[in-house]
Write a protein that binds this ligand. Structure first.
Ligand code: PMP
Length: 352
């Protein structure tokens, strides 16, 4: 850190992204990417658009927002897009928390919530998960703060029902409730249908997981016109061209291939259930997941040691050092063949 860094950022602890190693080819089950390639139309659309890169992208993102509006049964004015859902989460923390409004979120959740709060000098209120690692919906009533909940939650994979979230949205009418649905297409109930009923509900989703486009960086939000206009104001105050031409084209092509993408989600869900059963057979405790990953621990085994032993054998999973979850591994769901490699290496380690 240089002595030039502004004082306000000197104590900031940045987010640590999952490893993207280049040293060897791993079976990569550590950052919840899709094991399947994007739909063939995406490649064609990106290739065609590459020839027009001398021109700026459309800051309104009209065509993509219209396609999303049609897919989700809302209007263009209810849709916001930007450079990955991380970008949108950042804008939302800037727009809807701060001054005297704290940011409230589960103590075990997506690590970026704490970072965004710290980045913008927002007070964080971390609300403990229940002992079974589920989000304690009852603890989110009348909080007098901005609320961010990942549903399904990460890294647990566990989800609240739409009714439980509606209760939270209703009980906090003076503040924005952000539901981060990065993993919703793998079996949880989406809160998008509630956005027409509650003007304080902001639903954020991504093309990174269920549409196989993590590398394209494309996220979207659905909410009342007022909240979308607020997000646009922040985006136009930072980078109006935050979605590049190739990604806009890729997003439109991906929505045209919705059946392909939703079929891949069903494949991942099927592999998830088979993987959970095999892990339980091996003695693991596996949290009930509605996402494209599993959170599991093996009694008597250190999570870190298991993570390192797998890594040495070419299988990359995610380990978090927070005390309450240090025994767990977060395992992204890959192809059935990738999961076979995981089990082969796990047996080797546990039997050795
Ligand atoms: N929310 C959650 C809960 C996530 O796990 C992730 C992925 N790391 C994101 C948001 C960000 O996704 P992206 O920026 O790729 O859209």
């Amino acid at each position: 850190m240089s002595s030039y860094l502004s004082k306000r950022y000197q104590a900031l602890e940045a987010y640590t992204p999952g490893e993207q190693p280049r040293d060897m080819r791993y079976v990569k089950l550590n950052t919840n990417e899709s094991p399947y390639p994007p739909s063939p139309g995406v490649l064609e659309a990106v290739t065609a658009e590459a020839g027009r890169l001398q021109l700026y992208s459309d800051p309104v993102c009209a065509e993509l927002r219209d396609a999303l509006a049609a897919r989700y049964g809302v209007k263009r004015e209810n849709v916001f897009v930007s450079n990955g859902s991380d970008d949108i989460l950042n804008f939302a923390f800037m727009a809807f928390a701060g001054d005297s409004v704290p940011a409230c979120f589960p103590d075990i959740s997506y690590g970026f919530y704490r970072v965004y709060a710290d980045l913008h000098g927002i007070d964080s209120r971390q609300i403990p998960l229940k002992p079974d690692f589920s989000v304690a919906a009852g603890d989110y009533m009348n909080l007098d703060g901005f609320i961010a909940i990942a549903n399904p939650n990460a890294p647990t994979g566990m989800a609240l029902s739409r009714d439980e979230i509606e209760g939270i949205v209703k009980a906090n009418p003076g503040h924005v409730v952000l539901i981060d649905e990065a993993y919703v297409d793998f079996g949880a109930e989406s809160c998008v249908p509630l956005t027409s009923k509650y003007d304080n509900l902001l639903v954020v989703q991504t093309f990174s997981k269920s549409r196989s486009m993590a590398g394209a960086r494309l996220g979207f939000a659905i909410a009342s016109e007022g909240l979308i206009a607020d997000l646009e104001k922040i985006k136009y105050s930072t980078n109006p061209y935050s979605v590049n031409r190739m990604t806009l084209a890729a997003g439109i092509a991906a929505l045209a291939a919705d059946d392909y993408n939703m079929e891949n989600c069903r494949r991942v869900m099927k592999t998830r259930e088979a993987t959970a059963a095999r892990l339980r057979d091996m003695g693991f405790e596996v949290l009930p997941s509605l996402s494209n990953f599993l959170f599991a621990r093996c009694p008597g085994q250190s999570g870190e040691a298991l993570y390192l032993a797998l890594k040495r054998r070419g299988v990359l999973v995610r380990h978090f050092s927070d005390a309450r979850i240090a025994d767990f591994l977060r395992i992204s769901i890959g192809t059935p063949e990738q999961m076979d490699v995981l089990f082969e290496k796990l047996s080797e380690i546990l039997e050795g």
